[in-house]
Design a protein around this ligand. Structure first.
Ligand code: AMP
Ligand code: ZN
Ligand code: FE
Ligand code: FE
Length: 287
């Protein structure tokens, strides 16, 4: 069984349509793939409609959250994967809507700051890149490439532009992670901490936070991810074992927006079974 529990389609900031993504998943020999677009379930129906025979789809999303070290210190960003939740549950739905809306104002502000410094990028370029999806920094980055301001995605994600601590990076109004965990559980879903120790993305939560997150209802932690070194993966496994959490592995595939191939990292079937056993929102769909 080959199981990849974290991918993005063009319904958020990946480059493959949901239909092309499930075809790519089947083509790369996966048995199970999760579609986890940022803050949206908009790609689910298309993926279900064309699901290749033999492939199982886990419907999910990746929610943008924050963890507060203390109220007088700046929050730390983190991503919460949410699996098999009821997409119509009103409170989680309202929170996804709020965060997506916040993404618009924040991306507009990033463009304004770059325009004020004389860069030839426009809001319309960014909107065209997003094509209706929740607007993320990868859409801004692609607009910067098309305008000839940078030559690669990686260059856009440096401190000179919109990377971690970047001159033109503006924060989003993300969900408090404890609220996020509670909302996902209340919608019958299973919350998993995505790439928790991906230090190149910015500050990460301290080791002491994991017990609090587990107490709040976290189900699992993503260990095998391209942004984690082998030692980091071992450390995450140890934390998960101590707290009774399952461990996942996944590609975090974004199509041509990133280098990682679909299925590049996978989850043990036993961990997948634990995830499914905890879910009561929607079921995996078998193609
Ligand atoms: P946002 O959610 O709008 O803050 O954008 C974050 C997204 O940018 C995440 O999905 C990352 O995977 C993506 N990202 C971060 N660094 C890079 C990079 N160097 N190249 C491409 N995408 C990146
Ligand atoms: Zn992304
Ligand atoms: Fe993420
Ligand atoms: Fe992701």
């Amino acid at each position: 069984m080959r199981i990849d529990l974290h991918t993005h389609s063009a319904a958020s900031d990946g480059t493959l349509s949901p239909a092309a993504l499930v075809r790519a998943a089947a083509g790369s020999g996966l048995d199970v793939v999760a579609l986890t677009d940022h803050d949206t379930t908009a790609g689910w129906s298309e993926a279900v409609a064309v699901l290749p025979a033999g492939l199982t789809l886990v419907r999910g999303a990746e929610l943008s959250c924050v963890w507060w070290p203390a109220r007088d210190q700046p929050p730390i960003s983190l991503h919460l994967l949410a699996y098999l939740f009821d997409p119509d549950e009103p409170r989680l739905k309202a929170e996804r809507d709020r965060v997506r809306h916040g993404r618009i104002g924040r991306a507009r502000r990033m463009v304004e700051l770059m325009v004020a410094d004389g860069y030839p990028v426009s809001w319309d370029d960014v909107v065209a890149e997003a094509n209706g999806a929740p607007i993320g920094r990868p859409h801004v980055a692609r607009a910067l490439i098309k305008a000839g301001i940078v030559s690669t995605m990686d260059e856009a994600f440096t401190p000179a532009f919109i990377g971690t601590g970047g001159r033109y990076r503006v924060a989003k109004p993300d969900t408090d992670v404890f609220d996020g965990i509670a909302l996902v559980r209340a919608a019958g879903g299973v919350p998993v901490f995505a790439h928790p120790m991906a230090a190149k993305r910015g500050r990460v939560v301290p080791d002491t936070a994991y017990a609090e997150l587990a107490d709040a209802g976290l189900g699992g932690i993503e260990a095998d991810h391209a942004d984690h070194e082998p030692q980091t993966r071992q450390k995450i496994r140890a934390i998960a074992a101590e707290l009774g959490l399952f461990v996942t592995g996944s590609s975090d595939f974004h199509g041509a927006n990133k280098q990682v191939a679909i299925g590049a990292e996978t989850t043990d079937p036993e961990a997948y079974e634990r995830l499914v056993a905890q879910a009561s929102g929607v079921a995996p769909v078998r193609g």
